[in-house]
Design a binder for this molecule. Sequence first.
Ligand code: ATP
Ligand code: MG
Length: 737
Amino acid sequence: MDVTHIIDSLNDAQRSAVTAPVQNLLVLAGAGSGKTRVLVHRIAWLIQIEKMSPYSIMAVTFTNKAAKEMRGRIEELLGINPQGMWVGTFHGLAHRLLRSHWQDAGLQENFQIMDSDDQLRIIKRLAKEMNLDDKRWPARQFQWYINDKKDDGLRAKHIEPRNDPTDRNMLSMYHAYEAACERGGMIDFGELLLRSLELLRDKNPALLAHYQERFRYLLVDEFQDTNSIQYAWLQMLCGGQRKLMAVGDDDQSIYGWRGAKIENIQNLAVHFPGTETIKLEQNYRSTETILRAANEVIRNNQGRLGKELHTDAGEGEPISLYSAFNEQDEARFIVDQISKWVQEGNVRKECAILYRSNAQSRVLEEALIRSGVPYRIYGGQRFYERLEIKNALSYLRLLSNRDDDTSMERVINVPTRGIGTRTIEVIREHARSQSISMWRASNEVVELKRLPPRAANALQGFIDLINQMAQDTEDTLLHEQTEHVIQHAGLIEHHQKEKGEKAQSRIENLEELVTAAKQFNSQWDEFLDEEFNSPLAAFLDQAALDSGDTQADDFQDSVQLMTLHSAKGLEFPQVFLAGVEEGLFPHKMSIEEPGRLEEERRLCYVGITRAMQKLYITYAESRRLHGQDNYNRPSRFIREIPNELVEEVRLNASVSRPMTSRYNSDTGSSLFGSGSLSSSEVPDTNLALGQRVSHSKFGEGTVLNFEGSGAKARVQVNFDYEGSKWLVVGFANLQTL
Ligand code: ATP
Ligand code: MG
């Protein structure tokens, strides 16, 4: 058997991991040492040499993008089509289990997955019903509580009520939320894991036996970031018989705040007997300078498992450190460097800008837009999260499940059809008192004549519309159904009224949805097996699960923007770490607590080690954030990098840097002229600086500035296509997005 293509491009340690006998393995190694590569080659080895069926292998990756890449690599290595293989994220795989066994799992057949937005909407609705003031009881706090409990494997009924009001409210919300999800046939991300764990562990021993028999080998990438429930899940599937390969790096554990447990690495040998640990010590990604900087920073953490890394890549360029006088200057510097890189004949997508928190992206984005540099944001607003797409999907959801309250509320009056808030209140009230869905409540309030005739007519119109569309599309293909719904629900006309470029782009997006449905339809029976009862259900799930790592403009050469968290596992020739300041990174919430500070440091290690050839680190001497000017010191992480690796950048030798001439081109601009972008709230309105809004005539834009308060407040909005305008809040009728 010719195996050279599987093991040729590996060093000795990597090869020993790939070709090890079928046993439990832990590959513990620093960044860029080829862990992910080893995992992929191991799969190829198991299939080709150990003769395992591709169907008896399960591989867990961190993102859908990584799963896709993994399939591609396996196909390349083996020349077989790995579709249908169980390669995916924990959520994706759990979902697959639940689709196959919805009945055993106690779910409705057409259960639907909600993303975190949907989840928040349900919680807000419930909080209103429970008369909880949203100022005192922010919905996000409930969401956080619920997700956290689920990650620990706890349902509401498992939790002992404590005798303080906060805890009691949290718990009542959890109960109410579970009931609402149950009624609507909805499940959230955490539920996917919890439900599938319960399915196998508690409900059906035969099923568990079946899967334990089937999966002979499990492989997990980024193992350091598994949380309790994911670990329990793996343990259960392995069942003491099956073998596991975990690859990870304790220094890159960055999800402690979401319940990830480093101890899972330490415990592995206990729970998975005979685990052999293999260390990889050569880094193939970065220059010596970059690698040394990363090693020096992470050295400051305690209690590491300890690993060495070296590289043959040569010293490379020094790390460039730029001290910007404010965040605008920082953005400008980064964009300038990227433009230079591109002028030298390189491609943009080799440049990544990484930052600690999402809020930092806006200023960077604006600078990129102003310079006409295409960019994309990972984990930013994705296709399936756009307003028009969510509306269309909600109609489709309603067709497949009338009891889906979230979708019902979303589109009941979109486009406007005379169903006002009063009517919706009546429906909600009835639904609540009868414990039925909004759909059933709508039918009943019409029958019971609870509404004035005009409102009743409007509502009846909506009910008929949904029923009619369902009937008309009964035997049609997925994309025909999608097209039918977009046409007949009046979504095109609705968006046409918005006018301008934005309307056009919304309509194009709706058309794109039909295309997506068409593509999906031609693939779905090929790789989704028997688990789904209809392509529509599968399509809707995919839309909800899509974790933002594929975007429509995948092929355009663009600069990559993302948070440090989403950069995990990736690599780029040029990396910019922006906002490396005390208070921002490490984040001010983490500075006091040693454990959290160390997690920030690991995040810094992740950031530095994404760079292959060149690393830039920038910080701003003053930064406007949340409406306040902050004068932060450079981050301690910068001091932890030895001086000899760093070169300070001085532009035009301008050492004292108030607005010098090189910024003059900006000062005339409304965007940068004010120099006072922040994200504070406009008093007595629902607007905030930085907020995205939509205006009937000017389309969508971002709030940049304001004066005054309430209806009389004037806000400056930078519209995407119409530029910047000052508007009076009371007249402008801005919709928040
Ligand atoms: P991270 O910790 O960031 O996830 P990793 O350990 O998973 O990193 P990989 O992404 O697998 O590392 O590999 C890093 C880079 O090194 C990739 O570009 C990979 O193709 C390359 N590489 C890995 N092993 C070898 C090798 N033996 N020869 C040449 N290149 C290699
Ligand atoms: Mg990796």
